[in-house]
Design a protein around this ligand. Structure first.
Ligand SMILES: CC(=O)SCCNC(=O)CCNC(=O)[C@H](O)C(C)(C)COP(=O)(O)OP(=O)(O)OC[C@H]1O[C@@H](n2cnc3c(N)ncnc32)[C@H](O)[C@@H]1OP(=O)(O)O
Ligand SMILES: O=CC(=O)O
Ligand SMILES: [Mg+2]
Length: 534
């Protein structure tokens, strides 16, 4: 049945813009729409204040301030007595989590992958096209009622494995910065975070409770414990509105911004009744390091993206501190995404699996309780590697890592990162950035390029490196200085190597230039990209 806006029970003051995909009425229920309106009226002002606080801190950093652990929350860090809630049903054992967008085929593939958890992504791997925002929620609901199936154009049929084999679903709503322009309340654009949260919580999330699990979330791109407090208030409001016990909702927070690395303990504390641990969101973390200190000179210049590995000093410091902090507070520490995905060429495929094995072995050895893979083909490998360390235990929260003592100086030690800034690195950043942005504008938030998973976080690194190297007038390995003219010349050369006509790449190239060379740094590339989306 085709959905029509006039058939929906839209609360007073709300306006829905845009066509509704088939089945939209299943997720745009009166309860879900009421919750969006309530959350907007109660919390959107606080959200905007938090975003303003980010801008103030960014200005302070630009003026020379350093990041540090907060003096005003010292007591929380030093209080040895508090712990987060014990793991919720379905979240005890997280040794392998598969991530991916909520398109119908990928929903079925992810749920059939054998992973313990599926991160159903409305953030880095997704584009907030209105169809995907609503369609993804329909797929989540249909998966839980087992009314989902798919036939490919080639006739391949997809159905779900038995219930007991399916991973626990954890939904990642958009970050606090993203608006939802298709739902207005009192004439104002709503928040992408609150819309994604409310639609899932009020529909499929309630079915999760009936099935003995719960509405579980990953929270992306937060920059402070006060942003975590805001999420906690949203959770309390939603639980109270639906008559649910405190702690029914659970959230794993991605530590993927530089400021948040200095507030890990406080973030766990704010969410403690709702907490399901922390995750090391490595790609956005690297992006955030560049973004926060982009104009602070040579101490904060990173080499080519491929040289910024998990073992360089500042990345190692951040992951060690994350495990130590989580386990001290009884919380899961979940590892990040190795970007290597299976390849058709056998040699490249073997190399990709070896890289992922190395990454997951290091994480398991460091005390992480599980980790992410980007592709169902990597699930068995990650499970095997973590099982070598965990055995039959669901996690290793008892491995307290008391040997770890990470200082602010170690978190900030970007200048010890070995590597060079090369023309090849600049060309890769340009080519990958433009290819990714074209995919994004066409509605695809994750793509494989040169054997690597690329998504919003990795593309942010590429365009921010170009911006920073240009701003700093860096000298490349060739001896040439990075100037606007050079970047524009390399853009033209790299676009000429891509398939199709130059005109096919025009929108993506213009967008890339606007976020990589324009003098005013744009906070998130997804903001101007979303403005271009219908
Ligand atoms: C920085 C971060 O936030 S990381 C987390 C966010 N990023 C992600 O989640 C990325 C998820 N991964 C992906 O989107 C994909 O793996 C890509 C785009 C990188 C590669 O996808 P493809 O080019 O389709 O890979 P490939 O051809 O090897 O896929 C083989 C099959 O696996 C499926 N598949 C691949 N990745 C996934 C996934 N993550 N979830 C579900 N199914 C998947 C494909 O749909 C395809 O299915 P089919 O054989 O039934 O047609
Ligand atoms: O979301 C994960 C990341 O690495 O970014
Ligand atoms: Mg991220």
């Amino acid at each position: 049945m085709t959905a029509h806006i006039e058939n929906l029970d839209v609360p007073a003051g709300m306006e829905i813009r845009g066509e509704l995909p088939d089945g939209a009425e299943k997720v745009l229920t009166p309860q879900a729409l009421d919750l969006i309106a309530e959350l907007h009226r109660k919390f959107n002002g606080d959200r905007l204040e938090r975003l303003e606080a980010r801008r103030v801190r960014q200005q302070e950093i630009a003026n020379g301030a350093d990041l540090d652990f907060l003096p005003e929350t010292k007591e929380i860090r030093e209080d040895e007595t508090w712990q987060v809630a014990p793991p919720a049903p379905g979240l005890e054992d997280r040794r392998v989590e598969v991530t991916g967008p909520t398109y119908k085929k990928m929903t079925i593939n992810a749920l059939n992958s054998g992973a313990k958890v599926w991160l159903a992504d409305q953030e880095d791997a997704n584009t907030p096209q209105w169809d995907s925002v609503i369609g993804g929620q329909i797929n989540l609901l249909d998966a839980l009622t087992r009314e989902i199936d798919f036939t490919s154009p080639e006739g391949k049929e997809y159905t779900l494995a038995p219930d007991e084999e399916l991973p626990t679903i954890v939904v990642r709503p958009r970050g606090w910065h993203m608006p939802e322009k298709h739902i207005l309340v009192d004439g104002e654009e709503t928040s992408g975070s609150l819309v994604d949260f409310a639609l899932y919580f009020a529909t499929a999330g309630q079915l999760q409770i009936e099935k003995g699990k719960g509405p579980y979330f990953y929270l992306a791109k937060m920059e402070s414990h006060l942003e975590a407090r805001l999420w906690n208030q949203v959770f309390e409001h939603a639980e109270d509105s639906f008559g649910l016990a405190r702690g029914t909702i659970r959230a794993t927070v991605l530590i993927e911004t530089y400021p948040a690395a200095f507030e890990m303990e406080e973030i766990l504390y704010e969410l403690r009744e709702h907490s399901a641990g922390l995750n090391a969101g490595r790609w956005d973390y690297i992006f955030s390091v560049i973004k926060n200190f982009r104009s602070r000179g040579s101490d904060y210049l990173l080499p080519d993206r491929s040289d910024v590995t998990m073992t360089v000093p500042f990345m190692r410091a951040y992951t060690e501190l994350l495990v130590r902090t989580c386990h001290k507070r009884g919380a899961h520490a979940i590892g990040g995404m190795s970007a290597f995905v299976p390849a058709k060429d056998p040699e490249a495929n073997e190399a990709a699996f070896a890289k992922v094995r190395e990454d997951k072995s290091r994480e398991a050895g460091n005390g992480f309780d599980g980790s992410w893979v980007a592709h169902p083909g990597m699930v068995a490998l990650c499970k095997e590697v973590f099982t070598e360390t965990l055995g039959d235990k669901p996690n290793q929260i008892d491995n307290k890592r008391e040997d770890v003592n990470v200082t602010a100086a170690e978190l900030l030690d970007v200048k010890s990162t070995p590597g060079a800034i090369t023309e090849a690195g600049l060309r890769t950043n340009i080519s990958v950035g433009i290819q990714y942005l074209r995919a994004w504008l066409e509605g695809n938030g994750a793509v494989a390029i040169h054997g690597l998973m690329e998504d919003a976080a990795t593309a942010e690194i590429s365009r921010s490196q170009v911006w920073q190297w240009l701003d700093a007038g860096v000298e490349l390995d060739t001896g040439e200085k990075v100037t606007r003219e050079l970047v524009e010349k390399l853009v033209a050369e790299e676009v000429a190597k891509l398939p199709g006509d130059e005109s096919d790449w025009k929108d993506a190239t213009d967008l890339f230039l606007s976020v990589a060379v324009a003098p005013d740094y744009v906070d998130f590339l997804t903001l101007p990209a979303y403005a271009k989306m219908a």
